[in-house]
Design a protein around this ligand. Structure first.
Ligand SMILES: *[C@@H]1O[C@H](CO)[C@@H](O)[C@H](O)[C@H]1NC(C)=O
Ligand SMILES: *[C@@H]1O[C@H](CO)[C@@H](O)[C@H](O)[C@H]1NC(C)=O
Ligand SMILES: *[C@@H]1O[C@H](CO)[C@@H](O)[C@H](O)[C@H]1NC(C)=O
Ligand SMILES: *[C@@H]1O[C@H](CO)[C@@H](O)[C@H](O)[C@H]1NC(C)=O
Ligand SMILES: *[C@@H]1O[C@H](CO)[C@@H](O)[C@H](O)[C@H]1NC(C)=O
Ligand SMILES: *[C@@H]1O[C@H](CO)[C@@H](O)[C@H](O)[C@H]1NC(C)=O
Ligand SMILES: *[C@@H]1O[C@H](CO)[C@@H](O)[C@H](O)[C@H]1NC(C)=O
Ligand SMILES: *[C@@H]1O[C@H](CO)[C@@H](O)[C@H](O)[C@H]1NC(C)=O
Length: 620
């Protein structure tokens, strides 16, 4: 039963004085669990005489709203499913409000509120004050893995502000509303879904950092919200915070590359593996927190796929151009894409449909040809075994013909005038990201910073600085690089990733994800420029969808723990441009056939488990 105490009032309304004081909400604790109450009451229940005495020693009384489906239902069965909610707890049974019914349950240990609500309340946990104002209960969780850069709370006018609350854990507190408040509808397919946003997307009212502290302070809070984010909000998503990005979305490796901000912590294995980048926070958060459903990242050259691979998550690079990247920091507009990270493939698809809108169509006629790139042919270790098992099951599922495909050999044979591919495309990616980002981001940033700070340069991390400097020295132009990209895309369109009128894509193309260890306490070489061409660049240059799916985990001897630990094993699936909806549907089909599984939070994506053995931290 709820031992309830009020921790304090963040601020308050002084109505008789013309001072600029407004409430930013309240923090309270119920049986030692911390809650945030947004400042605006959601209703008023007048005439609750039965609890007036409680307000003598506390500002708020926690209570639960139930909606009985008929008479004679006992309370225990009404609230049985509430225990699954990570916000509601028994402490909210101090009082009960029965919504929309004259049914009055009999239970002497629970106070029934007899007042009348000013409007209908969704079921779930709430707080009421002496004036009868009803506030929602948002649970506070600690971002112990350092995945967030800013906590957020909607102001109710389309803009957001920083959450004015903190809790134990040495990091930001993130507030999430009870899931009981929300019902998914056709208009709000993401109602109540909690989403974190990579800090390269503007959110109205909040500053954007792009992973750079000088940038964060130089520019004012955003005056508009990036379109991919707005699409998620319009579908009912709850934006819980901005998430860590490597600087200006360039690839950085922990630790030395991450000067302005510290990399987020990958929860898998020994807890000291690199998160990959640039969507470091989105990957770490999705792999660590059951209270976070989906993260929005971005993928220019692997920034969603890398974090998904090394943290055992579903993560997509979409076809290029599915949703306009307004109010979003560019790395290379001809390559930039917004992608989502999630543990559950159905929720992942639902969020994608909301974000890409009419530009994706979910279809379920699948290709019957599988082409593999660099797939193992025999099982040297557990990772190989998982990959071979998966390929066998997908081949059966699709009744497909599977062939090993050699991209370089095929491209070179078809394009003798430009071959070999590895030399032809060696500089293309690096040219596009450096030349476009210096023009679109660095130059205006330096000019604005100099104007504001007496000609000074802002601090920039070693990796973007090295890349930009390399770009300055190249004589080849953006147009040269785009021309090379077009040669590759034309070849891909006609061969490896050709469209099909019947199955959208002629083939399903698969390659294995990374399984090597990258310890974050390693002293690496100075940063270099991302030259070369490999499997992960195919979707980048061909503009096709490339989805990472988690397959399981494989053991390694950790130099941190001196013990066998496990890291995720994953596969990447590609199809023709514009077939994103078919690929989401295929992956959902594999999930329903139990060939793929939901990823767990914690030390293992397969079995869960405490991160760093924090046994004191209760998992809800
Ligand atoms: C009364 O409510 C309390 C709190 O929910 C519950 O533990 C108890 O089982 C209920 N008793 C009856 C008789 O329903
Ligand atoms: C679909 O893609 C096109 C081309 O990128 C874009 O102009 C349009 O805004 C997109 N539609 C939606 C609903 O996002
Ligand atoms: C698989 O390949 C064989 C031999 O090339 C061919 O006869 C068969 O039709 C193919 N099956 C499918 C499903 O494409
Ligand atoms: C692909 O073909 C090239 C020759 O063009 C060869 O050097 C390479 O080893 C082949 N790759 C694989 C994975 O078989
Ligand atoms: C790629 O470019 C770098 C830098 O110019 C060069 O050192 C390397 O040999 C090139 N690789 C290929 C395959 O052409
Ligand atoms: C650019 O070229 C100049 C002159 O050759 C050289 O000194 C400098 O180190 C180069 N910068 C980078 C980042 O490669
Ligand atoms: C490749 O195919 C896609 C999808 O059909 C199309 O949008 C694109 O323009 C094509 N690109 C080239 C270079 O042929
Ligand atoms: C861990 O090290 C032991 C002892 O060297 C070795 O036998 C074992 O195969 C290693 N396990 C893995 C997963 O590498």
């Amino acid at each position: 039963m709820g031992s309830f105490r009020s921790l304090g009032v963040a601020s308050f309304i002084v109505s008789s004085v013309q001072a600029a004081v407004s409430s930013t909400g309240f923090t309270v604790s119920v049986t030692d669990v911390d809650y945030f109450l947004p400042p605006k009451p959601v209703a008023k229940i007048s005439g609750c005489e039965e609890i007036q005495a409680s307000f003598e020693d506390s500002l708020f009384v926690p209570f639960t709203v139930v909606k009985p489906k008929g008479y004679g239902v006992d309370i225990a069965s009404l609230t049985a499913s509430y225990a699954e909610d990570d916000v509601w707890q028994e402490g909210f049974m101090e009082a009960l409000y029965v919504q929309g019914s004259s049914f009055k349950p009999v239970n002497s240990s629970i106070t029934i509120l007899t007042g009348t609500a000013s409007k209908a309340l969704a079921p779930g946990p709430y707080f009421i004050n002496a004036a009868g104002h009803v506030y929602e209960a948002w649970r506070l969780f600690s971002d112990v893995q350092g995945a967030f850069t800013e906590s957020t709370i909607a102001k109710g006018d389309g803009s957001y502000s920083v959450l004015p609350a903190g809790i134990l854990g040495q990091k930001l507190a993130i507030a999430v509303p009870s899931r009981l408040y929300f019902t998914k509808t056709a208009e709000k397919p993401l109602a109540g879904v909690r989403i974190g946003i990579k800090d390269i997307y503007d959110i109205k009212g909040l500053r954007t950092s792009n992973g750079n502290r000088a940038w964060y302070w130089l520019y004012p809070p955003a005056s508009a919200t990036a379109l991919p984010v707005q699409n998620l909000i319009d579908a009912g998503a709850i934006i819980v915070g901005k998430m860590l990005t490597s600087q200006f979305a360039n690839g950085e490796t922990a630790t030395a590359d991450w000067v302005d901000y510290h990399e987020a912590f990958n929860p898998r294995g020994d807890g000291y593996q690199d998160t990959s980048s640039s969507s470091s926070g989105g990957g770490a958060g999705s792999a660590s927190y059951s209270w976070l459903d989906v993260s929005l990242g971005s993928d220019t050259g692997g920034s969603v796929r890398g974090p998904a691979q090394v943290q055992g998550l579903y993560g997509n690079r979409p076809s290029h151009g599915l949703v306009e990247l307004t109010h979003t920091m560019p790395l290379s507009p001809v390559l930039d894409t917004p992608g989502l990270l999630a543990r559950n493939p159905i929720l992942w698809r639902e969020a994608a449909q909301a974000m890409y809108g009419s530009n994706i169509t979910v279809t379920n006629n699948y290709p019957t040809s599988i082409k593999t790139l660099g797939w193992p042919t025999s099982a040297e270790d557990m990772a190989d075994q998982l990959l071979l098992d998966f390929l066998g099951k997908v081949t059966d599922f699709l009744s497909a013909n599977t062939t090993a495909y050699n991209v370089t050999a095929s491209f070179d044979a078809a394009n003798p005038d430009v071959a070999p591919l590895r030399t032809f495309m060696n500089l293309t990616y690096a040219l596009l990201i450096t030349k476009q980002q210096t023009q679109l981001v660095r130059d205006p940033f330096y000019a604005d910073y100099a104007a504001a700070h007496d000609g000074r340069l802002p601090f920039v991390n070693p990796t973007p600085l090295a890349r930009w400097g390399w770009g300055d020295n190249q004589t080849l132009t953006i147009q040269d690089a785009i021309a090379d990209k077009t040669v590759f895309q034309t070849w891909a369109n006609e061969t490896l990733l050709a469209p099909s009128p019947k199955t959208c894509s002629d083939s399903l193309v698969m390659y294995p994800g990374s399984t090597r260890t990258v310890y974050r306490n390693t002293y690496w070489e100075p940063p270099s420029v991302p030259l070369g061409f490999g499997n992960s660049r195919i979707s980048v240059m061909a503009e096709v969808p490339d989805h990472v799916v988690p397959l399981g985990e494989a053991p390694y001897n950790s130099t941190i723990t001196g013990h066998v630990e496990y890291l995720p094993v994953s596969a990447s699936l590609m199809v023709a441009k514009g077939c994103d909806g078919m690929l989401f549907s295929l992956i959902e089909g594999l999930y329903e056939a139990r060939i793929l599984k939901e990823s767990r939070v914690g030390r293992s994506g397969v079995t869960g488990g405490e991160i760093l053995f924090r046994r004191d931290v209760v998992e809800y």
